[in-house]
Write a protein that binds this ligand. Structure first.
Ligand code: NAD
Length: 476
């Protein structure tokens, strides 16, 4: 079984202009001195920057939508809802909660240290590096930045070079609206990212494929830098026998073909009860027509594949199994029709790695336990979906499988509530963010014990007499 595909860049793809090496080094030095000056630690700096951040998103929503259109031909709804609107929701929540998140938390002190007071103090980690991916090229770079600022850090953001319009826009906006001495955008591909990874960081937050995740983790180990890895994987979608079929079909089709399937939490394949395979296939076919019309290529609501290389990678997967719907391609436009494949057993190329495109293989299972076994024989996915009306079945799936997150009777939406931490497990990543999770991710929770000096019992000091030992054992 192979792990998540390496989707890393190649020279033939459209790409962002790289920031010169000398500028990268200078940016790192500037940010390090700024952090050491203490300027980012105050509530006032953080809140002012977050308000500016909100202004930046509000005033440039149209520019963001336009960049997303250039990079991925993202439909307005998909661009707006998943990028500026997502950021505004995160920012609004953070602005409201920041004061309480920053407050030290009083905790009990054990008998062994009495009298004393104990507290946990969130402190900024320092200078963070945030490396984004191309599929949600603005959200995935800027959502972590919200938490980095909220937690009082300096940060460099490196958006994906495969979405060059979004990358250039972020550089222009971040440097115009935010404190340039503390927050910067570095553009570029492997060369620039490698140079960044050679520097010392206090946290590295990476979103992308597992192959580059390993490079990031190896680089981080040189300085024992903590990492958050937001990776991908094949997210299964189990469809039980007892199910609201029409709703399941609509929700699955929406989640699979949103952003032309280039979503880390898209349902990657379906495990359907054998009695419902045909009805589900028919229902999904109808939904595709309802959503995108007779020819999805003409639909304004259907995105394109990011570049030629990914188009070619995906085109090769179309040969797996039997095409039930779709299969049409247009290399000029990097277009692949919403495609459903049937007759899949699990050994085909389309089942080897995360698809990350508009192709949906459907596998039959005899029951939910077989589906659970199938999932558990593979690397832990980022998301897992189960459609069932039976609460016990849903709970069995939740209990017996491991994944970054689970949605029951829906797809993708578990990543929206800010109080639900979003992240992977095992091969799908480590660490989590969103809402307070992002603040925590960029904070160190420092333990502080405060002891008065008005008493200083001799019990813990040598000589350790029998009498002292007797009292210690009685008290502790
Ligand atoms: P990508 O090609 O944009 O790469 C991610 C980042 O890594 C980019 O900024 C890129 O410049 C950098 N990079 C690429 N090669 C590198 C190298 N050799 N050395 C150092 N840096 C390098 O993104 P991708 O990898 O194609 O992303 C797709 C994967 O990301 C999928 O598996 C998807 O599921 C996953 N993903 C996960 C999430 C999540 O939130 N968990 C979100 C989006 C995408």
């Amino acid at each position: 079984m192979t792990q998540a595909t390496s989707f890393s860049s190649d020279a033939s793809a459209k790409s962002a202009e790289g920031t010169p090496d000398s500028e990268i080094i200078a940016v790192c030095d500037t940010l390090r001195s700024s952090f050491e000056s203490g300027v980012t630690r105050s509530y006032e700096w953080r809140i002012q920057q977050l308000r500016q951040f909100m202004r930046m998103v509000e005033e440039n929503e149209d520019a963001m939508i336009e960049a997303l259109k250039q990079d991925l031909r993202k439909p307005y709804f998909e661009g707006w809802s998943a990028e500026p609107q997502f950021l505004k929701a995160e920012l609004g929540h953070t602005l409201k909660k920041l004061k309480s998140w920053m407050k030290p938390k009083r905790v009990g002190a054990s008998m062994a240290v009495q009298p004393a007071r104990a507290r946990i103090v969130p402190e900024p980690l320092g200078v963070a590096l945030i490396i984004g991916a191309w599929n949600y090229p603005i959200q995935l770079s800027l959502a972590p930045l919200i938490g980095a600022i909220a937690a009082g850090n300096c940060a460099v953001v490196k958006p994906s070079e495969l979405a060059p319009a979004s990358s250039a826009l972020q550089k222009r906006l971040v440097e115009k609206y935010l404190d340039r001495d503390c927050v910067r955008v570095v553009e570029g591909a492997v060369k620039e990212t490698s140079l960044l990874l050679d520097q010392r960081w206090d946290h590295i937050f990476y979103t992308g494929g597992g192959a580059v995740g390993k490079i990031v983790m190896a680089a981080a180990s040189k300085h024992l830098t903590p990492v958050t890895l937001e990776l991908g994987g094949k997210s299964p979608c189990i469809v039980d026998q007892d199910v609201d079929l029409e709703t399941a079909a609509r929700r699955i089709v929406w989640g699979r073909f949103f952003n032309a399937g280039q979503t880390c939490v898209a349902p990657d394949y379906i495990l359907v009860h054998e009695s419902l395979e045909r009805p589900l296939l028919d229902a999904m076919k109808n939904v595709i027509k309802e959503f995108y019309g007779d020819d999805p290529k003409q639909s304004d609501d259907y995105a394109r594949i990011i570049n030629k290389r990914h188009f070619e990678r995906l085109s090769k997967l179309l040969d797996s199994g039997e095409t039930f719907v779709g299969g049409e391609t247009d290399g000029e436009q990097c277009y692949i029709a919403p495609t459903i494949l049937r007759g899949i057993t699990g050994d085909e190329p389309v089942m080897a790695d995360e698809i990350f495109g508009p192709i949906l293989p459907v596998l039959k299972v005899a029951n939910v336990d077989q589906a659970i076994r199938f999932v558990n024989q593979r690397p832990k996915p980022l998301a897992l979906y189960v459609f069932t009306r039976d609460k016990q079945t849903a709970e069995r799936v939740v209990e017996r499988t491991s994944s970054g997150g689970v949605c029951i009777n829906d797809v993708i939406s578990h990543m929206l509530p800010p109080d639900l931490p979003f992240g992977g497990v095992g091969a799908s990543g480590m660490g989590a963010y969103h809402g307070k999770g992002t603040f925590d991710c960029f904070s160190h929770m420092k333990s502080v014990l405060d002891k008065p000096t008005f008493v200083d019992p001799a019990l813990r000091y040598p000589p350790y007499t029998e009498e002292k030992m007797k009292w210690v054992k009685r008290l502790l």
